[in-house]
Write a protein that binds this ligand. Structure first.
Ligand code: NAD
Length: 303
């Protein structure tokens, strides 16, 4: 018998939020093009033939075109040397049509990712991976924030409004998700714990949280009984389970056991359809902001 008192969490629809955000970006990109007689431009560099990266780069280019942002794709062979790649990045740094530069990671073995990221003009670094932008975020200066954590913050602020005084636990301390997420939540006045692989009693730490952000990369690691009743759960994880007869490609799951957690949480993002669609929308948003700053214009409010 189903328990009639059991609550089912509100499903935070990142896909719908991203559609709305992309429409606002499209309108603002059209205003920009009208004002400066060119579209905002994003250069995407892909080295090698990694299948997943090909799909991501294609999706980013399509999303740009849909939003009225020019996309300049540079697909280079896996044998490209570090010097050739740096020459391209330097050319894009100087190109007045290019407002944002994204080098798709991971790079093929033998290419130094840190050196390539360091070569990108920080004011065109729309991924927010350059140490200058990490530093700007750390000290509260204007820069670029990595797309995935910024998308998570947007979903949280849309759901909660003010995050002041809320207990937030971020699981995972990567440079692209966990660390910037913890900084963004701190700046939004939440009380933040950054948990990671060496955290003791992780379940108990998570049970304190009004907000849980899971960015671990371990399928369904966060269980329903780790969640404080009514908490908001943001699941960043994208994990593909081994193929089964009914799912020959393997099912996609997050880092949170969704069905269990949804019985306890107040609100939760699904996988897919939660954080994932926000990442590309925020990439477009960062490119639009870069274009405005590049042209000496104030970026539009509320993006
Ligand atoms: P990462 O591997 O760089 O970092 C994982 C973090 O999890 C590490 O800091 C590690 O300390 C922590 N961790 C590992 N095992 C743990 C454990 N047992 N307990 C607690 N912490 C543990 O990963 P990442 O790049 O931050 O990505 C995390 C997940 O988010 C992955 O599933 C990735 O695919 C996904 N992701 C999704 C998007 C998106 O657009 N939705 C974007 C980036 C990453």
């Amino acid at each position: 018998m189903p328990d009639p008192l059991k609550t089912i969490a509100l499903r935070i629809d990142g896909k719908a939020f991203a559609v709305t955000l992309r429409a606002r970006i499209g309108a603002a990109a059209a205003d920009f093009a009208h004002a400066v007689a060119r579209r905002p431009g994003l250069a995407v560099v892909l080295v090698g033939d990694d299948a997943a990266s090909q799909v991501y780069v294609g999706a980013k280019a399509r999303a740009c075109e849909e939003a009225g942002i020019a996309s300049f794709e540079h697909r280079l062979p896996a044998a490209t040397s570090g010097a050739e790649l740096l020459t391209l990045v330097e050319r894009l740094n100087r190109d007045p049509e290019v407002d944002g530069i994204l080098v798709q990671l991971p790079l093929p073995e033998g290419l130094d990712e840190q050196a390539v990221i360091a070569a990108i003009d920080p004011d065109k670094d729309v991924d927010g991976f350059h140490v200058i932008n990490a530093g700007r975020l750390a000290v509260g200066q204007q820069g670029f924030v990595p797309c995935t954590p910024l998308g998570c913050l947007m979903l949280l602020q849309d759901h909660h409004g003010d995050l002041s005084g809320l207990e937030a636990v971020v699981i995972g301390r990567s440079n692209i998700v966990g660390k910037p997420m913890a900084q963004l939540l701190t700046d939004a006045n939440a009380t933040v714990t950054l948990a990671h692989s060496r955290t003791k009693n992780l379940a108990e730490v998570v049970r304190r949280a009004d907000i849980v952000v899971a960015a671990v990369g371990r399928p369904e690691m966060v269980r329903g009984d780790w969640i404080k009743p009514g908490a908001t759960v943001i699941d960043v994880g994208i994990n593909r389970l081994p193929p089964t007869d009914d799912k020959p490609k393997g099912r996609l799951v997050g880092d949170v056991a969704y069905a269990e957690a949804a019985e306890v949480a107040g609100a939760i993002t699904p996988v897919p359809g939660g954080v994932g669609p926000m990442t590309i929308a925020v990439l477009l948003r960062n490119t639009l902001v870069a274009a405005h700053r590049h042209a000496g214009l104030e970026p539009p409010e509320g993006l």
